[in-house]
Ligand binder design. Structure first.
Ligand SMILES: Cc1cc2nc3c(=O)[nH]c(=O)nc-3n(C[C@H](O)[C@H](O)[C@H](O)COP(=O)(O)O)c2cc1C
Length: 216
C-alpha cells in the first residue's frame, strides 16, 4: 500500500475535509483593528498572517475577498495588529461575525479601546501585545496562470510596539505567560502555547565539527 495520500488540489482532496490548513498549522492570528475614511472602527481576526521580515518588521495578512479590513487599510494606510491570547478568545471569535461596515466590533464584542501613538487606529485595551502598522501595499493575489483569485495580501511596516509588562519575564516576551493562541487546520480548532523548548542555531564551528564526526 502507498504510504502517502497524494492529491492535486484543483481535483479535490479525497478526504472528509480539506487538510491543507491542518498541514500548515498552527497559524498565528492577526487580530487586526482598522478604521475607514469616515472614522468607523473595525476589528477582525486574520490567520493568514505572519511576520515576514524583522528589521524593519513587516507584517502580512491575507483576506479571502475584499473585506472591510482590506478596504479600510487601503483607504487610510494604517492598521494595528493585536495579539490573540486565550483570555480574549471568545471576544476574538465574536469579531469574526460578518457585521455591517457601520458596526464597531470593539463595542459589539464588549472590548475596550486604547489609543495608538503613530496611527489613528485604536488597539484592544489590556491586550498582551500590539503593533501599530503603516501600510506598505495591498496586492491582489493571482494563481500560477496569472488569473486573479479574489484574495488580497496586505503588507504593513511596524511603527510602534506595545507589550504588557506582565508578559515580560527577565526582559523577554513570554508567550507561555501571555497564553498566545493560534489556529489549527479544521473548523473550530485552536491551540494555546503551553510550553516552548530551546534549540539554538548551530554555529559555523558546530557544523564543521558535525561533518568531522560523521566522517569519523
Ligand atoms: C480565527 C479566525 C481567523 C480568520 N482568518 C481569516 C483570514 O486569514 N482571512 C480571511 O479572509 N478571513 C479570516 N477569517 C474570517 C474573518 O475574520 C471574517 O470574514 C470577518 O468578518 C472579516 O471582518 P471584516 O470584514 O471586518 O474585515 C478568520 C476568522 C477567524 C475566527
Amino acid at each position: 500500500m502507498d504510504a502517502y495520500h497524494s492529491f492535486t488540489p484543483a481535483d479535490g482532496h479525497g478526504l472528509p475535509h480539506d487538510p491543507i490548513k491542518a498541514i500548515v498549522a498552527p497559524r498565528p492570528i492577526g487580530w487586526i483593528s482598522s478604521i475607514d475614511r469616515a472614522g468607523m472602527i473595525n476589528l477582525a481576526p486574520y490567520s493568514y498572517f505572519n511576520l515576514f521580515s524583522h528589521k524593519p518588521a513587516i507584517l502580512i495578512f491575507g483576506s479571502e475577498g475584499c473585506k472591510d479590513t482590506v478596504r479600510n487599510v487601503s483607504e487610510t494606510g494604517e492598521f494595528v495588529f493585536n495579539l490573540a491570547t486565550e483570555d480574549f478568545a471568545d471576544a476574538l471569535n465574536r469579531t469574526s461575525l460578518p457585521h455591517a461596515a457601520d458596526v464597531n466590533e470593539f463595542a459589539a464584542a464588549g472590548l475596550g479601546m486604547a489609543d495608538s501613538e503613530t496611527v489613528s487606529v485604536p488597539r484592544v485595551a489590556n491586550i498582551a501585545a500590539a503593533m501599530e502598522c503603516k501600510l506598505v501595499s495591498v496586492q491582489e493575489l493571482t494563481d500560477a496562470s496569472g488569473r486573479t483569485i479574489g484574495s488580497h495580501l496586505v503588507i504593513g511596516e511596524v511603527m510602534r510596539v506595545h507589550i504588557a509588562k506582565a508578559c515580560l519575564a527577565d526582559g523577554l516576551f513570554d508567550i507561555v505567560r501571555a497564553r498566545s493562541i493560534a489556529r489549527c487546520g479544521y473548523r473550530g480548532d485552536y491551540i494555546v502555547v503551553e510550553n516552548t523548548f530551546e534549540m539554538l542555531r548551530p554555529t559555523r564551528n558546530d557544523s564543521i565539527r558535525d561533518v568531522g564526526h560523521s566522517k569519523g
